[in-house]
Design a binder for this molecule. Sequence first.
Ligand SMILES: NC(=O)c1ccc[n+]([C@@H]2O[C@H](COP(=O)([O-])OP(=O)(O)OC[C@H]3O[C@@H](n4cnc5c(N)ncnc54)[C@H](O)[C@@H]3O)[C@@H](O)[C@H]2O)c1
Length: 352
Amino acid sequence: MNTYRCAIIGVGARGTHQAEMLQRIPEMTLVALCDINAERLKAAGERFGVTALYTDIDAMLAEQRPDIVHVMTLPGVRVEPVVKCAYAGVKALTVEKPMALRPSEAEAMAAAAAETGCLIAVNHQRRYMPHYQQFRQVLADGCIGEVKFVRVTSFSNTLLEMGGHMMDGLLMFLQEADPVEVWATSAGAEGFHSPIQHDAPRRTLARILFPGPIEVLWIHSQDTVSTLGESTIYMHLEYNFWGTEGYAWHTQNEGWGYQRTGMARPVGGPTSWANDHEQAQVEFTRAVARWLDDPAVVHENNLERSLRGFNTLMGMYKSSLTGRPWRYGTPVTDQDVSDLQALLERRERSTN
Ligand SMILES: NC(=O)c1ccc[n+]([C@@H]2O[C@H](COP(=O)([O-])OP(=O)(O)OC[C@H]3O[C@@H](n4cnc5c(N)ncnc54)[C@H](O)[C@@H]3O)[C@@H](O)[C@H]2O)c1
């Protein structure tokens, strides 16, 4: 087991949480913090006993030469630190979600990773919750027969707030299948002016077709009918699977289970964000060290997987723009994103 020198870029809510989680990871030593907000930086330095404090990313990289950097900024400041770290020789990065706001940003990250060999894991940490892995296994084992229809719902503020997590779980539960095509419609142009830079449509309804065929109904909307009893936006994340032999479900904060035809009662277990999220973040982060130790132990949240999820979200944009299905793999451009925003604004002006 090697130990790695780590730095955090962005010590806001998420960055300080990551610093806390690092205290539980013996393979990683936090050596430097970087934030443009000097006051926050000082407070985080004092709290975590770190004296190498920087307001400038380049200076931090040049002087500290960290092995691993955790990029915990808001998404408006994402691609630049990632690319800088990769070219400065950082061995691995964890990158907060959403990994990008526009296709060119995701492409720049992928190019930097490919050119430098820097390993990148996107922080969809739910994959490291034991019940996510159990649920994936139940579906892989055919406990409900062949999956035919899926519904996934969430009601966060914009598609790039929870959409990445929604999509990542969906691809995980469908055993990393590539979608075939996506049809989508979006509304809520105000989401492109997100106060926390998660610029994206407010609501998106989609039909995603996977091989099988498996049909997925995707509902990302603040007025969705979703997990009973949930009132906070980040807790709304629910998957329902119908198969040839039964039904399975997974909610973020209530439980998961399945019932096969003939079973007297369902089998499953509890889920609880409050109980699960810290350990998942620790395991997500530790897995980066294991990946560096042995490249064969590939991280669950490797960049390639996250790109597939991100590109599928961009496919929803393209379909919402054209009104036609988007074939998986067809390029989506930054201009398409701007055009979708303009289209939604025009539509909403004409109906208000
Ligand atoms: N994976 C999850 O479950 C999860 C949960 C919460 C938040 N997030 C994500 O974490 C990200 C950060 O959210 P947050 O709430 O911590 O934001 P935040 O605003 O609290 O923190 C961001 C920090 O980055 C700093 N910063 C901005 N520009 C910088 C630069 N050029 N160099 C260095 N530092 C810079 C800011 O000063 C701020 O302190 C978001 O993308 C959010 O979606 C993920």
